[in-house]
Design a protein around this ligand. Sequence first.
Ligand code: C5P
Length: 232
Amino acid sequence: MDPRDRLIVALDLPSVQAAEAMIEKLGDAVSFYKIGYQLAFAGGLPLADALVRANKQVFVDLKLHDIGNTVGKGVESVAKLGATFLTVHAYPQTMQAAADARAGSKLKILAVTVLTSYDNADLSAAGYDFNVTGLVAKRAAQARDIGIDGLVCSAEEAAAVRAIAGSAMALVTPGIRPAGAAAGDQKRVMTPAKAIAAGADYLVVGRPIVEAPDPRAAAQAIVAEIAQATGP
Ligand code: C5P
């Protein structure tokens, strides 16, 4: 795989105009974009279609979780946008509905194991009787058994998750921070090279690129680090 295609830039920006300006700045340095809550709910979903027509790949990160029928209908609509990835929370009913609904389309479903801003204390506060490692492992095994295409997990967990998921599932890791970058609210972070070495297939990077003084240079530096880590 081209190292550039392993970098997914999170368009966590307030408007379509700001997103379009960022896409323009990044140019051919970036081939894969993630549209999440902030941009999607500010009119950004039609941008997915425009990106697909411009030969970019799109990750719709809306982390679906609802009754199966509603999840399935939502997945069918996202498949029609031409997106490559869509996230759902890793609850068995939700994952099953999403897996069934994406059949026959090019859309791949990613299950979110445990959000990378969560640590053990946050899980306990949310009422879970599991630590992060235990819950990630349980959900990864359930996603594999249901036939989900990939998992979102922290790079710290990637090696353990790979052992459960096998080689066929794509591992997508946010919480990536080049050396020296601010962690922000992420509690489990890793550098791009270390994340690849740990078994990540795709890296999701937001603030270290979109808030950089020179976003294109920041993206190119990360792609170079990925290229070095993946080898020729
Ligand atoms: O700015 P930063 O690089 O922290 O952005 C990470 C992106 O990855 C955000 O869009 C966030 O919603 C997303 N994400 C995450 N943790 C997950 C799943 C998605 O940080 N488990």
